[in-house]
Design a protein around this ligand. Structure first.
Ligand SMILES: [Ca+2]
Ligand SMILES: [Ca+2]
Length: 546
């Protein structure tokens, strides 16, 4: 009945331009319908023809060509890693003072802000090894920067993300840091082996330093040695990340023999040292900049079972604190982010102007967060929100909603299966992440389950978008943390010891890994070895003398 009325109204609507009002047209239409035999729409008349036997036919040349044409229309992928970029990006709101017009424009015009994205681990090597292999740190035993995923027994037969795309008809190419770097006797292992084409990143030229600053190390701690910043003399066009973006932009002028491409671009800043041209420091005048509020007793409530405090302020924090350089350190990090944003503008603009603008997915991510004085720390590692949360921007033409913050909890580990699904590749059974392609299409769907971040052996943290639960099953002897982000987004009040928290903790515990792979063999040479080697014979001699 409803359908009939709708049909009548619609016909009346269409007749009204003929000079008949809707009301006056209705009787005419009703009469016409009475004279018409009712035919069910979509009903198939019974066939009187005998069914012919199906004969299999091999696909002809034309059909194969047609199929190939379709495949070549498959999405390209622009995969951008930004080293040590936390959520101090305009559209992620981590620090409202951040000036990032290019990233913000991308979010405004085409990409979705994945507002609750988390790293699989909180330091470069394990985070990247996990997301590129599609496997959790606890499954592959890559827990620190010294373990090279190439030697992990559990990864012997696993195709990394670019290798999987190459195997399925993509042309893969890269520059900059996508895989974690490992020094070897034959030079640097930068994951060149995973790409069809790898452009050696140019170091760019600093052209010397205009000025530099480094807080004096407290107690001679080596870790604070690389905690330095300053302005380089070189113009931005001569610097490393600009040149990497320019290289990537140039690739968009190419054809790839009809193949879709997977272009991976690794950006080196805002990794320490924070050295970029002066113009980016000038964006943040010190007399107008506001530093992060420091909560000095924040670590007191993070204790082991015996009540012993598990954390103390880190050496970089103590150095900055003693020299009263918090504001200047934070200015330097912001300057580096604005520099990165400026360089990224080159590739965003090149893509928008290229013939690939409408069929290229952009996935841009930071490999882990970064503390800037929160929890008395300057750096990554550890399992608090500042370390775990990452910026993740995703643009899928025709799929993602621009100018929108998606609150679905996702992990960088999920990028592999997501890209596989979006590009129509067969699922990789080795993937342990969860494809968030459905969430990109329908951002209001039921989605959130706890997602995992691991730092070192058996230390795990889970978040479901409301709570963060952390369990130190490794070195810190079973210590626990629980934070409720609905009332405590900065994670100041550890609720783990409260009796009323135990039910929540029990729920989270079900999501902890049931197996923790022992640490994979270390790279033959470590970054430290290399550093020590380059420090020269002086130290070596001193060590021998002792
Ligand atoms: Ca990193
Ligand atoms: Ca606290």
């Amino acid at each position: 009945m409803k359908i009939k009325n709708l049909l009548l109204t619609s016909l009346a609507k269409n007749l009204s331009p003929l000079g008949l009002s809707r009301r006056s047209a209705l009787p005419f239409i009703q009469a016409a319908l009475l004279l018409t035999p009712l035919v069910a729409i979509g009903a198939v008349p019974e066939s009187t023809q005998p069914v012919q036997e199906a004969k299999p036919t091999a696909p002809g040349k034309a059909e194969l060509e047609e199929a190939a044409k379709y495949q070549s229309k498959g999405f390209n992928v622009l995969f951008i890693a930004v080293d040590d970029l936390n959520d101090w990006v305009g559209c992620f709101g981590g620090n409202p003072q951040a000036i990032t017009p290019n990233l913000d424009r991308l979010a405004k015009q085409q990409a979705m802000v994945m507002n609750k994205a988390y790293a699989a681990s909180t330091v470069c090597g394990p985070s990247r090894s996990a997301l590129l292999s599609g496997k959790r740190a606890a499954s592959i035993g890559v827990y620190g920067n010294k373990e090279n995923m190439q030697f992990a027994p559990k990864l012997k037969d696993v195709a990394t993300l670019p290798q999987y795309f190459s195997k399925h008809g993509y042309h893969t190419l890269s520059t900059g840091k996508i895989f974690h770097k490992h020094p070897t006797e034959d030079g640097m292992d930068e994951g060149q082996w995973a790409f069809d084409e790898f452009a050696e990143p140019t170091e760019g030229g600093k052209g010397g330093m205009l000025w530099k600053k480094c807080p004096p190390a407290v107690d001679g701690d080596e870790k604070s040695e690389d905690f330095r910043w300053g302005a380089v003399k070189a113009p931005v066009e001569k610097t490393k990340d600009y040149l990497a973006c320019k290289w990537a932009a140039d690739q968009l002028q190419r054809d790839f023999e009809g193949k879709p491409f997977f272009l991976a671009l690794g950006i080196s800043k805002p990794h320490l040292p924070w050295e970029v041209p002066q113009q980016f420091f000038d964006l943040y005048p010190l007399d107008k900049l506001k530093a992060v509020d420091i909560v000095r007793d924040d670590l007191n409530d993070i204790v082991d079972k015996k009540g012993k405090e598990l954390f103390r302020p880190d050496p970089r924090f103590e150095a900055a604190d003693k020299a009263n350089l918090h504001l200047e350190a934070q200015q330097a990090y912001l300057a580096n982010i604005s520099y990165v944003d400026y360089c990224l503008g080159v590739i965003f603009e090149a893509l928008a102007k290229s013939k690939y603008a409408d069929n290229t997915i952009i996935m841009l991510w930071g490999d882990h967060g970064w503390h800037l004085s929160e929890k008395m720390k300057y750096g990554k590692t550890d399992l608090w929100e500042e370390s775990c949360r990452v910026p993740l921007l995703v643009s899928v033409p025709g799929v993602t909603t621009p100018d929108f913050k998606c609150e679905g909890v996702v992990n960088l580990l999920d990028m592999y299966p997501t890209l596989v699904e979006l590009c129509g590749l067969p699922p990789n059974a080795e993937n342990e992440g969860r494809s968030f392609a459905p969430l990109l299409k329908n951002s209001s769907m039921e989605w959130n389950v706890p997602t995992l971040t691991t730092y070192q052996y058996k230390n795990h943290s889970l978040t479901d978008g409301r709570y963060r639960y952390t369990w130190y099953g490794g070195k810190k002897d079973g210590g626990e943390e629980l934070y409720d982000h609905s009332v405590d987004p900065l994670e100041h009040k550890n609720l783990a010891a409260n009796p009323e928290s135990q039910e929540i903790i029990a729920r989270f515990k079900k999501y902890l890994p049931t197996y923790d792979e022992p640490a994979a063999p270390r790279n033959k040479l470590s970054g430290d070895d290399k550093k020590k080697m380059s420090k020269g014979k002086k130290k070596k001699k001193k060590d021998e003398d002792e």
